[in-house]
Ligand binder design. Sequence first.
Ligand code: BTN
Length: 276
Amino acid sequence: MTDAKTYKGMDTNFQGLPLTPERIAPHVRGDVQMYWKEHTGSTNDDAKKWAALGAQGPAVCVAEVQLSGKGRLGRGWNSQISQAIEMSLMLRPHVPAQVGAGLGLAAALGVSRAIEKVTGLQAGVKWPNDIIVNRRKICGILIESAVSSGLLDFIVIGIGVNVNQTSFPEELKHVATSVALETGQPMDRAPLAGAIIESVIGSVYDYFDRGYDGIRKEYERRSTVLGRTVDVTTNEGIVTGKCVGFGALGEILVSVVSGTNRYSANDVSVREARDV
Ligand code: BTN
């Protein structure tokens, strides 16, 4: 059993209580294997290792702190010990590999629903899979997968939610927020982590069953960029246009003078254009 005494040096209130399987499991219906580490490099790498060793999904790797947390497009992920939810959900869906491209949208929908349900905060989604509260990022998602014979062998959905941070490093302080900063009070991470696990499994399987149509309505309702003028950063430079929708494989559709461009989440980043 896990109890606070096992984790000397951490706070004894719930903010410092580790986010262990024993504390998350009561908030998750269904059978989900969970692995916990106090510190690790990246929970996505841990989940990929478990998958390679034959773990069957759903499985979740959780850590109190990541020493080399990974973000999208080769970026890093800031990690403050025991303040956030840093976990990776591994699933083995056995669907055609190309379906994986839209997964980020489904995962973002699942996380935003759970954040809203548990905290009462209004959670928007910035394409492809950032969760936004009051114009600041509260959660980032990094999806990795392995393909075998044209099917997804496993997928890893890495989720970083800012929960109890009350400050951020200089470079993030104008763009990041946390549940505590938004609600004005710290919260126990365990019920939120459990709700996210359940909700993401639900939204991802809705997407696998019905494709983008299974999530379109709510994803678009929550979108912070749909109908807005955006700057798309590509390898060739910045393209400015209006976001007019999303494609069946999770692409963003951007209307420019010459027509409608389609960009994949693996290739570009997007932000709302200023001064338009
Ligand atoms: C992004 O917004 O760039 C994605 C950030 C994803 C961070 C999470 S934290 C848990 C998991 N492990 C990682 O190394 N990254 C993801």
